[in-house]
Design a protein around this ligand. Structure first.
Ligand code: NAP
Ligand code: GDD
Length: 333
């Protein structure tokens, strides 16, 4: 039985990846941080119902705490490490830039160096991001496109990317960067734009809200489905050598288009609810992201399975259910 270690297991991607690895028969170990409030909503359903739930174990640790990382790697000796933990919110990174640099940037070197220090034989996945392309220097963005980050988060991810490349080259580690473009799901954090829209829409339908406060709705993103994207992470660690891959749908859509589809599905007009609030604008914005994932398609055999429309539909559906509403009655498909 292969053993995997996941940082950020309580996040959107961590929960889907844990399920995928349990499905494949892995012994899965995840790191969670201590919190005074509950942070296991995405993990508890796995403990409740996954057929291989006995193969999932959680451990306390923190990306700010190198000694906990060292101890966990020394004792667990995982064959695969998926490093997904991060302060992952771009807007928030402008408010807590030093913390973001520490967790999102230095967190990566703490793990890489723990691998080196403990001498374990493992493969490493770094959750790199399309935010590194920022003010894009090429359209579409691919592995060779230069980076131009536009936020403390993007800059921290550029550090994580290069230190991963450096440890691969310096110490011969099997270390890979997945440069993932935005990916969403019903498990997406509620302050990211897609989930904020579908969650608020469901609350509007339930009569609990009549307002949607947003920032820049002209921004364009390459949005895929998180469940499809965790497969690419796994495929990277099965490849004979570590490498860097763009993972994207190769399509771009504006926030406006997301609003059109989501509200259109339940016969509402978002213009009736939208309030533009300056607090959601960023000091520097990333206007356009669109990825070219042909390398991942060719070398890993990975391709996205879920279309933009299907993604919006499944998110609206799940959020309506969360409000106790019947999607089959409310949605026009
Ligand atoms: P997410 O839902 O925000 O999850 C982040 C995870 O990191 C959570 O489990 C969080 O724990 C954990 N974490 C935060 N600070 C930590 C700390 N100090 N120590 C240990 N763990 C900590 O993010 P996601 O959407 O799943 O994304 C996963 C990774 O991919 C992140 O690195 C993100 O930056 C990157 N990424 C995401 C996308 C995307 O579109 N989703 C695209 C490209 C790259 P708590 O639950 O306790 O907060
Ligand atoms: N969050 C948010 N809230 N974004 C808004 C809002 C709002 O009310 N209104 C407009 N937007 C715009 C943002 O300005 C941005 O251009 C776009 O919607 C997407 O914002 P987010 O959903 O917060 O995602 P992100 O693109 O900034 O970052 C996500 O994707 C990255 C990959 O490109 C995060 O998941 C990052 O962790 C990830 O690396």
């Amino acid at each position: 039985m292969k053993k995997a270690f996941i940082t950020g297991i309580s996040g959107q991607d961590g929960s889907y990846l844990a399920e995928l690895l349990l499905d494949k028969g892995y012994d899965v170990h995840g790191m969670i941080r201590r919190s005074s409030s509950f942070n296991r909503e995405r993990i508890d359903p796995i403990f409740a119902s996954h057929p291989n739930k006995k193969n999932l174990t959680l451990h306390y640790g923190d990306l700010a705490d190198g000694s906990s990382l060292n101890r966990l790697l020394r004792t667990l000796k995982p064959e695969e490490i998926y490093h997904l933990g991060a302060q992952s919110h771009v807007r928030v990174s402008f408010d807590i830039p030093e913390y973001t640099g520490d967790i999102t940037g230095l967190g990566t070197i703490r793990i890489l160096d723990a691998i080196l220090e403990t001498g374990i034989n493992t493969r490493f996945y770094q959750a790199s991001s399309s935010e590194m392309y920022g003010k894009v220097l090429e359209v579409p963005q691919k592995e060779t496109t230069p980076f131009y980050p536009r936020s403390p988060y993007g800059a921290a991810k550029v550090y994580g990317y290069w230190i991963t490349v450096n440890y691969r080259e310096a110490y011969g580690m099997h270390a890979s960067n997945g440069i993932l473009f935005n990916h969403e799901s019903p498990r997406r954090g509620e302050s990211f734009v897609t989930r904020k829209i579908t969650r608020t829409l469901a609350r509007i339908m339930a009569g609990k809200s009549n307002e949607l406060s947003m920032g820049n709705i002209d921004a364009k993103r390459d949005w895929g489905y998180a469940k499809d994207y965790v497969e690419a992470m796994w495929l990277m660690l099965q490849a004979p050598e570590g490498d860097d891959y763009v993972v994207a749908t190769n399509e771009t859509h504006s926030v406006r288009e997301f609003l059109d589809i989501a509200f259109g599905l339940v016969g509402r007009d978002w213009n009736d609810y939208l309030k533009v609030d300056p607090k959601y604008f960023r000091p520097t914005e990333v206007d356009l992201l669109i990825g070219d994932s042909s390398k991942a398609q060719k070398k890993l055999g990975w391709k996205p399975k879920t279309s933009f429309k299907e993604l919006v539909t499944l998110m609206v559906r799940e959020d309506l259910k969360l409000e106790g509403l019947d999607p089959d009655r409310l949605m026009k498909l």
